[in-house]
Design a protein around this ligand. Structure first.
Ligand code: F6R
Length: 594
């Protein structure tokens, strides 16, 4: 969380930094700020969003600067705690994403040495440490300061009298955007798509010095060269494109994300999948690890690997990874992470690596840390996702789970062929669900009047009920909980009644009869039921209060269609309640703190 940017070149830096910061707001939006380097350093900060910061700015001719958008960790949401942070003499400005673990000890020491602090943040110690070590050589001073710091960082530094930017990373993402007569740094390549399509993904321990014409990188005191990579994402992909919210745009991009993720992999020649097949077979155990929505994709994966491959896999929430039985060198660890930067996931992966397990990352962001830790990476092809709530990337992660399971399946060839054919139709089927949008919007407006909701399903759709509940909570602030349908009567029935709507996933698979029974039991307690059913369903019309109909598909593929229906339901419920859909309270898209 927190996003940092930096620019040095020929354009007015203020406009570039503001634009880039807006692209990074998904990383945090408690406060923001920038520092511009001319003859002096001019710093501006504001609580709230980049839009608020714009109001306190005056035009500046500076062509170099750094910026920050904050998700508060150390210190409250105040202007004093907003970045950039300065040294005592306002000569050095620092922006930082990460956590300085030994900041209390460093701060006490610096205070004793006479440094004056103005914030409660951990970041401010970096500015004072650089000040302490600065003798005219900024790179050296940054190097000495970093040697004293324990923790994680992506940071950028400006200093009066030095026309350059110094950037450094350890366990927090940082990308250099390579331009002509200008260079950029950013937490994420999405921030610089308007200016360049070339990037260098910095490695842990790298310290990078940028001027308008040069980029030099050192690691452990030695010069290193890093590859400049083409960037395939485009600026158009991070615009709203006529939609009111990124979330809705990204739900509508679901069919493309699904098609792109399948692309030619359906022929099962995807090299990383094939490689993993060997590892899957050799593995003692398979652990799928992830957080949040990605964890729900992992649960789907657990089900599919058992059902299609007879492989016993377990989905483990990454922050609980330390608590599970010790991983062994013959285990295969599959991490599912859209950003590839989630701290809990990275920690789990590092533990797996130290136990010499095989590791596979299923990731959306090229160059992200997970891709560097893991032996193999399978990229989902969802394109950049801006809305904090994951939608199209979740669809693409589900598709990856199907691909992984299919490539190792023990299904007979005929069943396999039927399933593959049905998968090819998924983009069109999802489009059909999207055509029912206005009806789902009306149903969502009714749901929006309640403060609580249950989501209920059985079998392969249970993770989707969990995802539906998470999505509704996240964007509409309606309290929602998901249950395996059979579990409701073991306690939670106590909450059923006219103020507890229940969304039931009732596809025509082997769970259908039991789900019908659950619906009757729920209705008998007076709770309104909204059932998501196949379009040809005739039996539930009489029982449920309302129906969302999805197209017919192979029984194992209803999770994909149900997901889209529930995403639309959450979106329109949030809209009916007037919520800030793309930027829900207290959240950030990339959770880079443990
Ligand atoms: C919910 C959501 C989060 C993420 C979670 C993991 O809509 O987006 O729950 O799924 O923070 O993020 P990644 O996949 O980047 O590891």
């Amino acid at each position: 969380m927190c996003g940092i940017v930096g620019y040095i070149g020929y354009r007015p830096a203020q406009a570039v930094l503001l634009n880039s910061l807006q692209r990074l707001e998904y990383r945090g939006y408690d406060s923001c700020g920038l520092a511009l380097l001319d003859h002096a350093i001019e710093s501006h900060r504001s609580v709230g969003r980049v839009e608020d910061l714009k109001h306190v700015l005056t035009p500046s001719p500076a062509t170099a600067g750094i910026g920050h958008t904050r998700w508060a960790t150390h210190g409250g949401v105040t202007e004093a705690n907003a970045h950039p942070h300065m040294d005592c003499k306002n000569n050095i400005a620092v922006v930082h994403n990460g956590i300085i673990e030994n900041f209390q000890a460093l701060k006490s020491q610096l205070l004793a040495e006479g440094h004056k602090f103005r914030s409660e943040t951990d970041t401010e110690v970096i500015a004072h440490l650089i000040e302490k070590h600065f003798d005219g050589d900024l790179e050296r001073a940054v190097g000495f300061a970093l040697a004293e710091i324990q923790g994680s960082y992506a940071m950028a530094v400006l200093c009066i009298g030095c026309r350059k930017l110094i950037a450094a990373r350890k366990e927090s993402p940082l990308v250099v955007g390579v331009g002509d007569r200008e260079n950029f740094i950013a937490s994420d390549v999405a921030a610089v798509l308007d200016y360049t399509d070339r990037a260098i993904y910095l490695e842990d321990g790298d310290i990078c010095t940028l001027s308008e014409r040069e980029i030099s990188i050192s690691n452990c005191g030695k010069g290193v060269s890093r590859k400049t990579c083409p960037v395939t994402w485009t600026a158009d992909q991070v615009q709203k494109g006529g939609y009111e919210h990124f979330m809705l745009k990204e739900i509508h991009e679901g069919p493309k994300a699904i098609a792109d993720t399948m692309s030619d992999r359906l022929s099962l020649v995807e090299p990383s999948v094939i490689l993993e097949v060997e590892k899957l077979r050799a593995a003692r155990g398979v652990i799928l690890t992830a957080c949040g929505s990605s964890y729900h994709a992992a649960l789907l994966g657990e089900y599919l690997l058992a059902r299609l491959c007879r492989v016993s896999a377990r989905a483990v929430i990454s922050s609980e990874f330390d608590e599970v039985e010790p991983v062994l060198d013959k285990d295969l660890i599959i991490a599912i992470t859209q950003s590839g930067e989630t701290a809990d996931v990275l920690r789990a992966l590092r533990k797996a690596k130290s136990a010499e397990c095989g590791t596979l990352a299923i990731v959306n962001v090229v160059g992200s840390t997970a891709t560097r830790i893991c032996d193999n990476t399978m990229f989902v092809q969802a394109g950049p996702e801006v809305s904090v709530a994951a939608t199209k990337t979740f669809m693409a992660q589900m598709i990856s789970m199907y691909l992984l399971a299919l490539s190792n399946s023990v299904l007979d060839p005929r069943t396999m062929a039927t399933l593959l054919e049905s998968m090819k139709l998924l983009p069109a089927k999802v489009n059909e669900v999207l055509l029912g949008e206005s009806q789902i919007a009306a149903q969502a407006a009714r749901l929006a009047k309640f403060d609580d909701a249950f989501f209920v399903a059985r079998g392969i759709n249970y993770p989707i009920a969990m995802e539906g509940a998470l999505k509704l909570k996240e964007v509409s602030y309606i309290h929602a909980e998901a249950y395996a349908a059979g579990e409701l009567k073991h306690g939670s029935f106590a909450l059923l009644g006219p103020r507890m709507p229940v969304v039931v996933l009732a596809p025509p698979d082997e769970t259908y009869t039991n789900i019908q029974t659950s619906i009757k039991e729920i209705k008998a307690r007076g709770a309104p039921v909204l059932a998501v059913v196949d379009k040809s369903d005739t039996e539930l019309e009489g029982f449920a209060d309302d129906l969302i109909r999805v197209p017919s598909v192979h029984p194992l593929l209803y999770p994909v269609l149900n997901t889209v229906a529930l995403q639309l339901l959450a979106y329109y419920a949030a809209r009916a309640r007037g919520c800030p859909i793309d930027r829900p309270a207290n959240l950030a898209k990339s959770v880079t703190v443990a």
